[in-house]
Design a protein around this ligand. Structure first.
Ligand SMILES: *Cc1c(COP(=O)(O)O)cnc(C)c1O
Length: 407
């Protein structure tokens, strides 16, 4: 049994973090010591089912043998060369990632935000060099309620006051339209628009799936207007939704994929922008870069991630278990316990009836029952366990949710 009040050792560790780290997060009161598969163990030895999976960075589970072995082997060889020199994992990583995406070129970075920044720079440079937009005039259309990362440029086009306030002056050049509204998007595109940047499913917004036909409509519009369609698949991509990319559900191929999170297998930060030569070919030496981007350790882990995705087993698990998860959540909705359920594959946003508490309160009650989830925007919780979770464990997690909701 878990208790409401954390044990003294846990309390001490939390107090020490509170005292000496910036309070830019409000973690649940659990201190993790070890983890394996879909389970984490805290410093008291209590086990928790991880239903967040590091915001989908841990799609392949904690301590995945193949990823840990790949990392260990590379640790013994070479970990960093900088891009001043070639290293022997780089070509394979770029070739195989490009192939997985059906594209020609890869620009590796580290974090998701860096990859989004890279996509913004790519689109602007492409706009000036290829499309012929007058210097300094390039514009990028984005969606309301987006989440693309935390840098100053990215928060400049956030509509979330918490993420954006007090960080001005803001980077200009972005137009924000309502997510899912094709007419609004069409009206926002001008001759100076170089790109439309979207999440094919909005993760942080609460796992919002756009209306059917929206992504194909965006594809058609951007093609007609000579605008790049940039899909931020950092959270939606790499198996989570039951396919390699969320765009695939709508038969859409964007011009540019932005990838991160699961690309590093939860071991190291690995991100990338992937596109054809006519787009990523705009960069010349010295015009963009990163000390750690595409380092040997990142490439070795990324290569193993790509190998696992090529086998298709994780996508299939996400599709099958996802169908089960959504069927169970629909029953809860039918019983009036939750007001809405959204998502695709092993990924769900669940709006809890506020009568049962805020998303935070529900998360704390689930923690007491040994399930770790994260709330977002008031009364919504997200469910996104590692794709390696067993059906039995998923059912057990759902049992705990039902118990918390008195179902
Ligand atoms: C997490 C996330 C990012 C930012 O990634 P970081 O690695 O945290 O910088 C960008 N876009 C989407 C859709 C994300 O979910």
């Amino acid at each position: 049994m878990t208790s409401v009040t954390p044990a003294p050792a846990t309390q001490d560790l939390i107090a020490a973090s509170d005292a000496h780290s910036a309070h830019n997060y409000h973690p649940l009161p659990v201190v993790v010591a070890t983890a394996e598969g879909a389970w984490m163990t805290d410093v008291e030895g209590r086990r928790y089912l991880d239903m967040l999976a590091g915001y989908s960075a841990l799609n392949f589970g904690h301590g995945n043998r193949r990823l840990i072995d790949a990392a260990k082997a590379q640790l013994e060889r070479v970990t960093l060369t900088s891009r001043a020199f070639h290293h022997d994992r780089f070509a394979a990583f770029c070739t195989q990632l490009a192939e997985l995406c059906g594209k020609e070129m890869v620009l590796p970075m580290n974090t998701g935000a860096e990859a989004v920044e890279t996509a913004v720079k790519t689109a602007r440079k492409w706009g000036y060099r290829v499309k012929g937009v007058p210097d300094g005039r390039a514009r990028i259309v984005v969606a309301s309620d987006n989440f693309h990362g935390r840098t100053t440029t990215i928060v400049s086009f956030s509509t979330d006051p918490e993420a954006r306030a007090d960080y001005g002056p803001y980077t200009p050049g972005f137009d924000i339209v309502p997510y899912g509204d094709l007419d609004a998007l069409r009206a926002a595109v001008t001759d100076e628009t170089v790109a439309v940047l979207l999440e094919p499913i909005q993760g942080e917004a609460g796992v919002l799936v756009p209306p059917p036909g929206y992504l194909p409509g965006v594809r058609e519009l951007t093609r007609e207007r000579g605008v790049l369609f940039i899909a931020d698949e950092i959270q939606s991509g790499l198996g989570r939704t039951g396919k390699t990319f969320a765009c695939e559900h709508e038969g859409v191929v964007p011009d540019v994929y932005v990838l991160g999170k699961a690309l590093g297998g939860g071991v190291v930060p690995v991100s990338a922008v992937v596109a054809d030569r006519d787009v990523l070919g705009v960069f010349r030496p010295g015009e963009h870069g990163s000390t750690f981007g595409g380092n040997p350790l990142a490439c070795a882990v990324g290569l193993e991630v790509i190998a696992m995705l090529r086998e298709g087993e994780y996508q299939q698990r996400a599709a099958e278990l996802g169908e089960h998860l959504h069927a169970e959540l629909r029953l809860l909705a039918g019983a009036g316990k939750v007001s809405a359920v959204r998502g695709r594959g092993l990924w769900a946003g669940v709006d809890i009836d506020p009568a049962y508490g805020t998303g935070r309160e529900i998360s704390e009650k689930l923690l007491e029952r040994g399930v770790l989830v994260k709330d977002t925007h008031g009364s919504t919780i997200r469910i996104a366990p590692p794709l390696v979770i067993s059906k039995e464990d998923l059912d057990w997690g759902l049992d705990q949710l039902r118990a918390v909701l008195g179902a």
